[in-house]
Design a protein around this ligand. Sequence first.
Ligand code: CA
Ligand code: CA
Length: 283
Amino acid sequence: MTSLRFFPRMTLGFAVLSVILMFPSLTICAPVVFMASGPNPAGIQATVDVFRTTLGTLNPNVAGSFGTGRREINWDGVPDALSAPNNLPANFFNVNSPRGVTFATAGTGFQVSGNAGVVPVRFDNINATYSNTFQTFSPQRLFTALGSNILDVNFFVAGSSTPAFVSGFGAVFSDVDQIGVTSIQFFDTNNLSLGTFNAQPFNNGLSFLGVVFNAGEQVGRVRITSGNGPLGPNDGATDVVVMDDFIYGEPNAVQAVPEPATLVLLGSGLAGVGAAVRRRRKV
Ligand SMILES: [Ca+2]
Ligand SMILES: [Ca+2]
């Protein structure tokens, strides 16, 4: 900063403005990161609560956009028929229970863990060691992609096919062992990365990672990387990680950007209006 002390403020401002004008797609990010890890839910609860408060009031699980506030998914109310050992439809939380998200993965699908007394809990149906590896933040269901440790969360106006953006997103992870592996990458509505953020590890514990963007950024997608390999009966020496609660800002419709041709028409239309005004003044 010392070198900037004698730099005229006006000149610096002009220089920054010039850079923005030269690179109109340049994104000025202002991420606010919330992260915690601990041996149990109490170890991350305070951070989760501050993240919730920052996003605003919890909205009901209905179609449409409330404009502000937040949505949450804790997986716990998913019907048995759509939980382990069965797969969860990718659009369950935009169709069956409208919360404005759909999932995508290069793997084979998605699964919500089973309830006690119905099927083996916490993905013991996949590997009998998993109930000793994973714990829940919100009892008693967890979530995972299948055949891949990477999944995308896409946002829509709840209950519709209208693309939407959110101001922030966070997730609870279970059994993050390695540093710099489990992460959330944020993309804006033009699919430009807003940054990748890593979850803090805690062996057999819970980790929370949430990011809010407070400079008007529009998050159109997040890519979640859970550990370094997919769940499986023989997952080897990998760091397997599953997910619990998703917490995110209310999805709002992405405003359509006029096509260049439309802009030309709009521009010529305005020029015509200007000419008409000038003609009228001459009369
Ligand atoms: Ca849960
Ligand atoms: Ca692990």
